[in-house]
Design a binder for this molecule. Structure first.
Ligand SMILES: [Zn+2]
Length: 680
């Protein structure tokens, strides 16, 4: 079945009939190891490493001792791997707010056009097709599911699952094949499976690398049997700080911990057992693989092939996430034969110790030549029109759970150098983590520290708005978010404002914000669903149905829209159908208070009062500030005569919103019902 599918794909119009017979070309395997530092692998000299697959590759091929990432973040780095272009040229400058645009010419497109079968097997949220990486791939496997038991977003597949997937899909597929396998295991949190956990006790990061290497070994054995004389390149998107420069993870700084990556190349025409000391870059991967496959390197590629002589070069890297997230100075660096120059709030030269760039700057060295070269390089870059990516709450939450923050791509560059405030980054994590767990006092302490050192920055103000919301100070939260929206209008903020008004039951305002969000991002399913919900809540049933029909034509399977459909069916009195639809949506979004509440309402309509109350209780536990859910639950409790519970459930709202008419009326009803019950 799969082989038949491949057969069809090979005949697609993408195949160039004039190209030399594809069978003469070698199959190509590109493996990217997420978050993997070169110096933690055996062939790079780590004495405690357990990476026999990489030892074997280094022996059979060439090892590049000084290979560098262009940006210590998954999405920009992979964009460079696939295009051979630096971030200022392909335009993907941070995780989350950018998508690799359709104008990009990718490795997979080149191979597919040359008659290759192309397949990708990826392990994590930041390498899903939504970021533009599926361009040119016949097959793109990026399945991720959130299980109801998961407490937060853990969007990754372990290496064994990804390798199983690749082996199963490629079984029986004739070459030439271009396959990309992405393994996410070394990314935080470090939780290696046994036996790697025990063998690397106290060094879980090494344990994750050993587990991934073991799976690469399994993949290589099957691959080599199926595709003899193939080209194999193993590299990483970026490394991991592990304390270098004061950074634990990656993203904010430019030092060897996160920039120096493995680069192992093997194949016909590649010398065996060679170690190359010259600096090379991620942008060299695309031209190298094209050349080894006998394909011309296309225009616009900024890297050079690693086959043959390597001249003296200055390799570019950047980290803009501090600017976008915290209003700090952007960091740009050039790494060359004798060291690295990094410019941010201040310029610093970093010398070499063997293949390693030192972590402490040598401020006495004159780096004006490198500084001028950087300026020229940045001035020459012609980025494509930005492809902005309005992040819905869901995407934002998934990125935040991986340690990335929702930023502001319009943020102006600040003066403060990220190197001087890197100790504050864990504080932003602590606030988010504490907010997620409801530890608002812990969040407050960390937030106050952040506000002292980074007053008025977008990222800190956004965290403050989230804290206000968690505290139930909805009005203040709305004002804070609206202020941020004035500074940097975007779909992400508009959606959050819409949701805030919606949970307060202020549907007219909510609708305005959903329409605003749709203007920023006309394809946002969450903004579409919000607009339909608003029409429903405002009693405009005909309008709601018309909108739902239009949006469902675009996204027939979208969970949010399925929920809206459930509400519409429910309001038409078709209870059984509504129950089915709401249950479907809830399975897709098991931790969404809104999905829980709609399911509760369908249960209630079906006469299942106890399950309905339990579901609504779950919704309230997840978002205790949702007033409409609280009021509905109190009404239902009164209706089934659970008066004491009703009285307890309304109490927090009565304390927080003593002036609210609906709260007062329900409060009184609960009191009277309880008094009557006790008086009997
Ligand atoms: Zn990554």
């Amino acid at each position: 079945m799969i082989a038949a599918l491949w057969g069809l794909l090979a005949c697609s119009p993408g195949s160039a009939p004039t190209a030399p017979t594809p069978r003469a070309r070698p199959s190509v395997l590109l493996i990217t190891l997420d978050t993997t530092r070169a110096d933690r692998l055996g062939p790079y000299g780590h004495p405690l490493a357990e990476t026999p697959a990489y030892d074997a590759l280094a022996a059979a091929g060439t090892l590049f001792a000084r290979a560098y990432s262009v940006c210590p973040l998954t999405i920009p780095a992979h964009s460079s791997l696939f295009t051979g272009r630096y971030p200022p040229s392909h335009g993907v400058r941070d995780n989350g707010d950018f998508v690799l645009g359709p104008e990009a010419v990718t490795l997979a497109e080149r191979f597919r056009d040359a008659g290759y079968r192309t397949a990708a097997f990826t392990a994590a949220f930041p390498t899903q097709s939504r970021w533009g990486f599926d361009q040119g791939f016949d097959t793109y496997h990026d399945p991720l599911e959130r299980l109801p038991t998961q407490l937060d977003w853990r969007d990754e597949r372990p290496a064994d699952a990804v390798v199983d997937d690749a082996l199963e899909t490629l079984a029986g597929v004739e070459g030439p094949v271009f396959a990309w396998v992405h393994l996410f295991d070394a990314h935080w949190p470090y939780e290696p499976p046994e036996p790697f956990k025990s063998r690397h006790a106290g060094r879980p990061y090494d344990g994750e690398i050993a587990f991934a290497a073991d799976q690469v070994g399994r993949l290589m054995a099957a691959w080599d049997a199926a595709y003899p004389d193939s080209v194999v390149l193993v590299t990483a998107d970026h490394g991991e700080g592990l304390g270098d420069g004061g950074e634990q993870t990656h993203g904010f700084l430019l030092h060897d911990g996160t920039l120096r990556i493995p680069m192992l190349l093997r194949g016909p025409g590649v010398p065996a057992g060679q170690r190359i000391p010259a600096p090379v870059s991620q942008v060299d991967v695309a031209p190298t693989l094209l050349e080894l496959a006998g394909l011309a390197v296309h225009e616009g590629v900024e890297g050079q092939s690693l086959v043959g002589k390597l001249g003296s070069r200055q390799l570019y890297s950047e980290a803009l996430t501090g600017q976008f997230n915290l209003g700090l100075a952007p960091l740009h660096a050039l790494t060359g034969d004798v060291g690295r120059y990094t410019r941010g709030g201040w310029g610093g030269w970093y010398g070499l110790d063997g293949p390693r760039v030192l972590t402490a700057p040598d401020l006495s060295r004159d780096a004006s030549a490198e500084d001028a070269a950087l300026t020229a390089l940045l001035a020459a870059a012609q980025p494509p029109d930005a492809v902005p990516n309005a992040l819905d709450a869901d995407t934002l939450a998934r990125l935040q759970a991986l340690g990335y923050v929702g930023g502001d791509p319009l943020a102006e560059a600040g003066e403060v150098d990220p190197r001087d405030v890197i100790d504050l980054v864990p504080l932003t994590w602590r606030v988010r983590q504490a907010l997620g767990r409801g530890q608002l006092d812990v969040a407050e302490q960390a937030l106050v520290k952040l506000e002292t050192r980074l007053a008025g920055t977008f990222g800190v103000d956004l965290l403050r708005a989230q804290q206000l919301r968690a505290l139930g100070r909805r009005g203040d939260a709305v004002e804070a978010l609206a202020q941020l929206y004035l500074r940097s209008p975007g779909g992400t903020l508009a959606l959050q404002l819409g949701d805030l008004y919606a949970t307060a039951g202020s549907w007219a305002e909510a609708r305005d914000w959903y329409i605003e969000a749709l203007e920023h991002n006309p394809m946002s399913p969450e903004a579409m669903a919000g607009q339909v919900r608003a029409a429903l809540a405002l009693g405009e049933l005909i309008e709601a149905e018309a909108l739902a029909e239009r949006f469902l034509a675009v996204y027939p399977d979208h969970a949010e829209l399925a929920l809206v459909r459930a509400e519409l069916i429910l309001s038409a009195g078709r209870t059984d159908e509504a129950l089915e639809e709401a249950a479907y949506a809830l399975r897709r979004m098991p931790r969404s208070p809104h999905a829980l509440a709609v399911h509760a309402r369908t249960l209630w309509a079906a006469g299942q009062a106890d399950p309905a109350l339990a579901r609504l209780g779950e919704a309230l536990r997840l978002d205790p500030t949702a007033l409409d859910h609280r009021l509905l639950r109190v009404e239902w409790l009164l209706e089934v005569g659970r008066n004491a519970e009703a009285s307890r459930a309304i109490a927090p709202a009565a304390r927080l919103l003593p002036e609210d008419a609906a709260v007062r009326a329900l409060s009184r009803r609960a009191e009277e019902a309880l008094a009557e019950e006790l008086g009997r």
